[in-house]
Design a protein around this ligand. Structure first.
Ligand code: GDP
Ligand code: MN
Length: 372
């Protein structure tokens, strides 16, 4: 689960990592009020769980409260990278002297956490690592050893000397966040050098989906999760929302991934990933259809099931029940165990399955585009 910037920022604040003053707003008037309270200029930042917002036009500076209101009017409700912008973080603009990168992630091959630091922050760290490997330093933190200061000193040996002490301080606090929130990634990019000292101008946190939720998340968790994703999880289905028009249901993660690929190859965009798992009964299929057809942007449903321990008649029953009266076109590919019974049930519901998944993908994409 990836947190939004404002949530990460709140965690930073609680943990003593310095951030510029700011407010979360959901309306243009709210943005204006925040700009008045904070003092201009301010920076307005679209709260969407994607990177590169600066380049995509999701980060704008306003010199006056009226301008903040205008910018907010344009940003709120607009789409950024396929995600609707529902809220903005308004922060007081600060003078940036230099931009640094500081992150902690998990190095699976070493089985330890690893710090990553670069004095060339603000941009894509993968890009810096590729073009100027010397400008990126890494330092593992062996779990049994814990965080030792000599490792941080080594990490920051490529930092300008005048910010090293402050970097050490921020790094120790960031490590506490990494541990106590069970993150797989914590990242500050940019960690800006300003006349007021180092400030975290961005906050990215990815929480391990298998973490043991505790009090530390009070007030944050619910807001972070896609409501459909949460509903699917509660129903035992693995669902991931995407930005396209073709709703997808399949059994087995591999088959669902292949279905997503075929839809893309046919020129369409998947609206989601949904795996009903093995041996799903009609009730489970029905829940899956209900969830996918409620996802924003879905224009067609494509069900791709390969019957093994999953029985085609059960799947067909679920589809037939869930799609009765549904305004969306439905494309079904169903083969394997009890296929004949499954086809009969579909036929009674007025649905004719396609023969192959390639054919299904092409048909679903055409329907999504409004073709027959
Ligand atoms: P990202 O593009 O999604 O990673 O968004 P960031 O929050 O990292 O912002 C991108 C860039 O906008 C930063 O590298 C900064 O140069 C600039 N920026 C972000 N926040 C502020 C701010 O508070 N003040 C100023 N002056 N610039 C900012
Ligand atoms: Mn950033």
């Amino acid at each position: 689960m990836r947190l939004l910037e404002w949530q990460g920022r709140e965690i930073f604040e609680r943990s003593g990592i310095p951030v510029p003053p700011g407010e979360l707003v959901r309306t243009p008037e709210g943005a204006r009020g925040a700009a008045e309270r904070l003092g201009c200029p301010v920076v307005l930042k679209a709260q969407v769980p994607i990177g590169g917002r600066g380049k995509a036009g999701g980060i704008k500076k306003a010199a006056r409260p009226e301008e903040a209101e205008d910018i907010a009017r344009r940003l709120l409700g607009a789409e950024l990278g396929g995600v609707k912008v529902n809220s903005l973080l308004v922060v007081r603009a600060v003078d940036i002297l230099s931009e640094h990168y500081l992150g902690i992630t998990v190095d699976r091959s070493r089985r330890s956490g690893v710090f990553i630091y670069s004095p060339s922050g603000g941009m894509d760290i993968e890009e810096v690592a590729k073009t100027r490997p010397d400008a990126v330093a890494r330092e593992p933190v062996p779990p049994l050893e814990g965080l030792s200061l000599f490792r941080l000193r080594r990490l920051f040996s490529i930092a300008p000397t005048h910010v090293r002490k402050e970097l050490m301080n921020v790094a120790q606090k960031l490590f506490q966040v990494f541990l106590s929130y069970e993150a797989s990634l914590v990242e500050i990019n940019p960690l800006a050098e300003t006349p007021e000292g180092l400030l975290a101008l961005d906050a990215k946190l990815i929480i391990d989906d298998d973490h043991r939720p505790g009090d530390q998340f009070a007030g944050l968790r619910e807001a972070a999760e896609d409501p459909l994703e949460a509903e699917a999880k509660a129903a035992g289905l693995s669902y991931v929302g995407l930005a396209g028009e073709v709703g997808i249901i399949g059994n087995g993660a591999g088959l669902v991934m292949a279905t997503l690929d075929l839809v893309s190859q046919a020129g369409g965009r998947p609206a989601n990933f949904l795996d009903i798992g093995g041996g799903a009964r009609a009730e489970r299929v029905k829940r899956a259809v209900e969830i996918v057809t409620r996802a924003p942007g879905v224009r067609v449903l494509f069900v791709n099931v390969f019957g093994g321990i999953t029985r085609c008649d059960e799947v067909a029953r679920g589809i037939a029940e869930a799609t009765e009266g549904l305004p969306l076109p439905v494309v079904v590919r169903l083969t394997g165990t009890n296929e004949r019974q499954g086809r009969e049930i579909l036929a009674q519901a007025g649905l004719v399955p396609v023969e192959t998944m390639e054919e299904g993908a092409v048909r679903a994409v055409a329907l999504a585009k409004g073709e027959k």
